[in-house]
Ligand binder design. Structure first.
Ligand SMILES: Nc1nc2c(c(=O)[nH]1)N[C@H]1C(S)=C(S)[C@@H](COP(=O)(O)O)O[C@H]1N2
Ligand SMILES: [Mo]
Length: 197
């Protein structure tokens, strides 16, 4: 069953396609560098920082977690929006709950295999539409789009969605990721055009 969450824009604005964005019929690839390699045997998903239970999940253990499939929109800060993307994966709140996040955690830093990082306030992550996604349109996520695992953030510009994600760090003070250190917005609300910090 596919859950349609494309109406989440109503929380943020009147238009499904945020201001200054144009609808793209394609789903382009945007990476700061090369697609990293990985192996199923050595890959692990780690959760650490301000948590009661640090997690290390193997590829198979991650794929065994309860998953959901959602229809979502995808907004790149460079101006294109891809509507109706179908992602399958594990919601952020399920991971946070499993790790038992400390009460004083306020921020999250995502880590990826290519060295990319991105950060968000915890309250912006703790929503069911933020997925650790391993599937798109019924197939395993393509390597260039972040396979084996990526984050998707339909309520934020897509640079918040780390491709090749393999780690999540819970923080008691904000720390900034790759683009955020280079002047991009920490909160990145597309309907408020929060492109730059
Ligand atoms: N690890 C990693 N994640 C990343 C990036 C990256 O360079 N490395 N680029 C970001 C940007 S700017 C965008 S728009 C989306 C693009 O996702 P796509 O290539 O699947 O369209 O991934 C985001 N996640
Ligand atoms: Mo982007």
């Amino acid at each position: 069953m596919v859950e349609d969450v494309t109406d989440l824009y109503r929380e943020f604005g009147d238009e499904r396609v945020p201001p200054g964005q144009h609808e793209s019929s394609k789903f382009p690839v945007l990476s700061k560098g090369a697609t990293p390699s990985w192996t199923r045997e050595t890959w692990s998903f780690d959760v650490w920082g301000a948590v009661e239970n640090e997690l290390t999940l193997s590829y198979d253990a991650f794929r065994d977690l309860p998953a959901t499939t959602q229809r979502q929109d995808f907004h790149c800060v460079t101006g294109w929006t891809a509507l109706d993307c179908e992602f399958t994966g594990v919601p952020f709140p399920a991971i946070a709950e499993r790790a038992s996040v400390h009460d004083d955690a306020v921020h999250v830093l995502f880590h990826a295999l290519d060295g990319y990082t991105t950060d968000l306030p915890l309250e912006d992550c703790n929503r069911p539409e933020v997925l650790f996604a391993y599937g798109r349109d019924g197939e395993d996520l393509a390597a260039e789009h972040g396979g084996p695992l990526r984050v998707v953030t339909p309520h934020k510009y897509a640079y918040k969605g780390a491709k090749w994600v393999d780690g999540v760090e819970f923080l008691t003070e904000p720390e900034h990721g790759y683009w955020e250190e280079r002047g991009y917005s920490v909160t990145a609300d597309p309907w408020n055009q929060e492109r730059y910090g």
